[in-house]
Structure formats: structure tokens, C-alpha cells
Design a protein around this ligand. Structure first.
Ligand SMILES: Cc1cc2nc3c(=O)[nH]c(=O)nc-3n(C[C@H](O)[C@H](O)[C@H](O)COP(=O)(O)OP(=O)(O)OC[C@H]3O[C@@H](n4cnc5c(N)ncnc54)[C@H](O)[C@@H]3O)c2cc1C
Length: 541
């Protein structure tokens, strides 16, 4: 074991949106930071979210301050990430016997409207049943009316990576696939961490402060320092459709009265989410058939056409909700807490727990303030106005970029939602505008760029960074080629490329199995067979 101690001001554990936000904030204040993530950037709860930057109108009933803070912070986030976000407009249909009639629903929206300007969103509108059917012909025939609500959508993987990238640009060191195995103490003081990189090498890093931003893993990480974080973790799943299946996003009530959302993002749709106490292993959060049925049953009541569409996979994550006894899961507050463990006898160790993606910037700011007080650093936070990389200006029209670079307009749009004003540079450096997959127009150039500059180490990392294999083929048509492109950049042998593709297919399968209907299994057999054939004819096995 090599044990080269390297001094940092701060080690941040966890590369979800919170840890990445803390690393960026501190780096911008001139603090030296080491950010460590055991998997990939955003691959924990952040990536499994509903991809929404929202105010949370639901919390108005029992925790309006969280709605206020999160709406306000959402406003900052959509400004600093303007090229990565898109408006998501909901129709909230009201059905006979719903817990809220149309008057109550509209009253709630009138209250929410007071917060909407904070996040640059429009106020609600009330629609008659006829107007709602006109907007969304797939709605059930017995709706009474509807109200609208506007939120923002974002790819959380890109949001997390943009924070990591900016932290690096301001002097941070950031390593994915690197697990913290131990927190080092010297008496009552935390003085650093031991970590293991993907090649198995063990190293230690000394720091004046260690930040625990490990989301649902934060109790486990706190335990390494002999400290305590008390969460009430709650599991949530989504069903993913590889295209838009409705004109608008739709809200519905599930059988137990909880809110469900069918979220129409740019090129795909998420149906979610469940919210259940979770006592299992955080390393294997499985999706159950019951959970899939619960979501489809709930949305079918207002959008019967749902059963006509083929889902492509599921996602699952665990909310790092703060502990509270005697409350239903969906009534738990999304408040957050910054814990200075000096009071638990672990001075120099700070945890950030709870919260949500929509207020990650504020959570990072307050955590960084607490860290800076310990370090005696005076610099103040700049992240509410400083754009993330690629968001300094409006990008040119996608059609102009497409024409100049010889790529389809849709590929240009997608590129811009990931790289904003830097899109052409990404493509130029990648050196090719060839499209990798027919169903998801990702260019090989963008993948080359990601392998060179965006810490892609596995094909699942490539999926998160550029959306490869996210379309209807789920990788059947493009994963072998993806392995070749990434493998060429990273110096993989032919058999390593095949192993990488095999590992991707195996991992993706776990999320696909719960949504394979009758025809889906047959199609899956075909796709798997074709892939196996390709992997063998490649000559490696
Ligand atoms: C189903 C679902 C839907 C949601 N939808 C939304 C939404 O639309 N909008 C919203 O605002 N919020 C949403 N949330 C909440 C939001 O996703 C989370 O609050 C937020 O993403 C948590 O981010 P995080 O960085 O704290 O945790 P994570 O994203 O889980 O990051 C923690 C990271 O720490 C790493 N880690 C753990 N242990 C170690 C170790 N020993 N060494 C190194 N690294 C380690 C993990 O690998 C992980 O990547 C949703 C949550 C769920 C479950």
C-alpha cells in the first residue's frame, strides 16, 4: 500500500450534486479541495431523480419554507445553467373523487404562483375539460378540468459534472471511481481520509476539514469518523420511456392518494415516483414489479394511453431524507442540515444531509460558509451569479451549428443541452461528426471528447456523460461501437472493449427487466443474442 500523504484544505466525500456543488463553491473561494466519488459523478441519488429543478408545491402544505428556499435557489440554478435547462409544463387534471377538487387545486396554485417568479416560471392557468383535451388528447374522458404548473428540467448528470469541471478549473482535484475507506483521526480531530482508486491502489490525503456529502451513504461515512448522521432514507423509482409520449407533463393521484408525475423531458419521459422507507443495501436498490404496476395504475386513471407505450428501463434511488418519526414518507420535509461534528468529538468533520437537487447550490453555499469559518477563510460565495461552464451566453441557433458541422439538427440541440456555448469546440476536438446510433443522435466526436476530458472510465460513464444507449435501442445498436471509440481513447485492448460492452449490457439489464412485457422479453432475447454474436465474432472469446 502506498501512503503518500498530500495536504488539502478540504476533502469532500461524495460526487453527487451536493458534493460537487461544495467542491465548486470552495474552489471558487480559493480553498484547495480534493473531491472523491466511489462510483461516477451523479451516479447515486442525483442521477436517479426526476430531473427537475422545482419549488415543490406539495411542501406548501406542511413546510412552506422549503418551497420558498427551493424556489429561490432554483431561480439561481436556472440562471447559472441556462443552456442546460428547459421548461417543463404540467397539466394537473382533476378527476371526480380526487382528494382536491378544481377549486382547491386552483387555490393551491394561486399560492404557488407567488413563488413562481423567483424561478422565472409563469403563473398557472385554469383549463376547462375541453381545453385540457385539446392540449392533451390522451387524457381520460371523465376529467372535470385542469390547472397548469411550470417547472424546469435538467440532466442531473451534466449538472453534477459541470460543477466538478468548474471546481477542477479553479484548482480542485476530483477523482471518480475512488472510494473513501477510512476517515483518519488524531484524537478528537479528523485529519484526512484513506481512499482506494479503481486500480486498487490505496492512498491517504490529509486535510484540515473533511466534508461528508455522501447523500444516503452519509450515516455510513459519518460512522467512519465515529460520528452520527440520522436519516430516514426513502426509495423512489421511475419508469423511463425513450421518447415523449405526451404533449405536456401530467400529474396524477396514485391509489393511496400520493402525487405521481409523468414528466415530458426533451426526448424522453419519466414516470415516477414511489416514496417508500428503505432498509436495504444501498449498493443494490432493485426495482420491484409491484412498484412498476403501482405507477402505471396511477397514471392510467388520467392518461389511459400509457399502456400503449413501451418503457425502456427503470431507475431507482434513495432520498437522503432527515430522520423524523411518525410521518408518511411523502410527508417528510425536504429540509437539510449542516452538522459540525465537533460536538460529537470529531472536530474538522462536517456533514451535509437532506435537501434536494433543486436547492443544491444553497446547501453547498451554507456548507462552504461553515467550512470557511473553520479555516478562517473570508472569501464569500459567488455561485448564485457565476455561470457554469458553457452557460456564459446564449448558444447560437442549433440549426446554424448543425449546418456548419454537418450534423442533424436534433444532434445539435442535444449537444447544446450538454455543452452550451462550448458545443462546437467539443465537436472540433472530437474530430468527427459521425453519428453513433440511429436512435439517439450522439456524435462520435462528443464521445471522444468525453473520454479525453470528462473522466469517462466505463461505458456506463459514457451513458451518463453523453446519453449514449439512452434511446429505444438501449445500446443494442451502439454499445459495441461505443466500446471501440472509448477503448481507442483509453488504450483498451480488443478484449477489454468487449468486456466493457458486456459489463454495460449486464448492468443495464437490471434496470430493464422490471419493464419487459411479453413482447419486450422476445425483443430482449433477440437483442442480447445479436450482441452475444457480435461479441464472439469480434474474436475475443
Ligand atoms: C426518485 C427520486 C426523485 C427525485 N427527484 C427530484 C427532483 O426531481 N428534484 C429535486 O430537487 N430532488 C429530487 N430528488 C432528491 C434529490 O435527488 C436528492 O436530494 C439529491 O440528488 C441528493 O444529492 P446528494 O449529492 O446529496 O446525494 P447523491 O447524489 O447520492 O451523492 C452522494 C454520492 O456519495 C458517493 N459516496 C458514498 N459513499 C462514498 C465513499 N465512501 N467514498 C466516495 N464516495 C462515496 C455516492 O457514490 C454518491 O454518488 C429525488 C430523489 C429521488 C430518490
Amino acid at each position: 500500500m502506498s501512503a503518500a500523504a498530500s495536504p488539502y484544505d478540504v476533502v469532500v466525500i461524495g460526487g453527487g450534486v451536493t458534493g460537487a456543488g461544495v467542491a465548486r463553491d470552495l474552489s471558487l473561494r480559493g480553498v484547495s479541495v480534493l473531491l472523491l466519488e466511489k462510483g461516477d459523478w451523479g451516479a447515486g441519488t442525483s442521477g436517479a431523480s426526476s430531473w427537475m429543478i422545482h419549488g415543490g408545491p406539495r411542501y406548501l402544505e406542511f413546510d412552506w419554507n422549503t418551497t420558498r428556499l427551493s424556489t429561490q435557489d432554483a431561480g439561481y440554478i436556472v440562471s447559472i445553467a441556462r443552456n442546460f435547462v428547459s421548461r417543463v409544463v404540467f397539466l394537473i387534471p382533476v378527476m371526480p373523487h380526487d382528494k382536491n377538487n378544481i377549486e382547491r387545486m386552483e387555490t393551491a396554485m394561486e399560492v404557488y404562483d407567488r413563488f413562481q417568479p423567483l424561478k422565472h416560471a409563469h403563473p398557472h392557468r385554469r383549463l376547462t375539460a375541453e381545453e385540457a383535451w385539446q392540449a392533451e388528447p390522451g387524457l381520460a374522458p371523465d376529467i372535470i378540468g385542469a390547472v397548469t404548473m411550470e417547472e424546469w428540467g435538467v440532466d442531473p448528470h451534466r449538472l453534477v459534472f459541470a460543477n466538478v469541471e468548474d471546481a477542477i478549473a479553479h484548482g480542485a482535484r476530483a477523482m471518480n471511481h475512488t472510494r473513501v475507506t477510512e476517515v483518519i483521526r488524531d484524537g478528537g480531530k479528523v485529519i484526512g481520509v484513506r481512499y482506494r482508486t479503481s486500480d486498487g491502489a490505496a492512498t491517504e490525503a490529509r486535510a484540515r476539514v473533511v466534508v461528508n456529502a455522501a447523500g444516503p451513504w452519509s450515516p455510513e461515512v459519518a460512522g467512519m469518523a465515529g460520528a452520527k448522521v440520522h436519516l430516514r432514507p426513502a426509495k423512489g423509482i421511475h419508469i423511463v420511456y425513450p421518447h415523449r409520449i405526451s404533449n405536456f407533463s401530467i400529474s396524477a393521484e396514485s391509489i393511496d392518494g400520493r402525487d405521481l408525475l409523468l414528466v415530458a423531458h426533451a426526448g424522453f419521459t419519466l414516470l415516477g415516483t414511489t416514496d417508500d422507507d428503505f432498509y436495504g443495501d444501498l449498493e443494490s436498490v432493485d426495482v420491484l414489479q409491484d412498484e412498476v404496476d403501482y405507477l402505471i395504475q396511477g397514471i392510467e386513471r388520467v392518461f389511459p394511453a400509457i399502456r400503449d407505450y413501451r418503457p425502456v428501463r427503470t431507475t431507482a434511488g434513495v432520498r437522503p431524507t432527515l430522520f423524523k418519526w411518525r410521518r408518511y414518507e411523502d410527508e417528510l420535509s425536504r429540509r437539510y442540515e449542516i452538522i459540525d461534528h465537533a460536538s460529537d468529538g470529531a472536530d474538522g468533520f462536517v456533514s451535509i444531509a437532506g435537501g434536494k437537487l433543486s436547492m443544491y447550490r444553497l446547501m453547498a453555499e451554507e456548507t462552504s460558509d461553515a467550512v470557511c469559518r473553520k479555516l478562517g477563510v473570508q472569501a464569500s460565495c459567488t455561485t448564485s451569479s457565476r455561470p457554469l461552464p458553457g452557460n456564459d451566453a446564449e448558444p447560437e441557433p442549433a440549426a446554424a451549428l448543425a449546418a456548419r458541422c454537418g450534423i442533424p439538427a436534433l444532434a445539435a440541440v442535444k449537444l447544446q443541452t450538454r455543452h452550451g456555448t462550448r458545443s462546437e469546440r467539443v465537436l472540433d476536438e472530437g474530430g468527427t461528426s459521425r453519428i453513433l446510433c440511429r436512435c439517439e443522435p450522439v456524435t462520435e466526436g462528443e464521445l471522444v471528447y468525453a473520454a479525453r476530458h470528462e473522466q469517462v472510465r466505463t461505458l456506463a460513464d459514457a451513458f451518463r456523460r453523453v446519453g449514449v444507449a439512452a434511446g429505444p435501442c438501449a445500446g443494442a445498436a451502439c454499445i459495441i461501437r461505443t466500446g471501440e471509440v472509448v477503448g481507442r481513447e483509453l488504450g483498451w485492448s480488443a478484449s477489454q472493449r468487449i468486456d466493457a460492452a458486456r459489463e454495460f449490457v449486464r448492468g443495464a439489464w437490471l434496470g430493464r427487466a422490471p419493464v419487459l412485457g411479453h413482447a419486450g422479453w422476445a425483443q430482449e432475447e433477440l437483442a442480447q443474442g445479436a450482441l452475444r454474436g457480435l461479441m464472439v465474432t469480434d474474436g475475443s472469446r
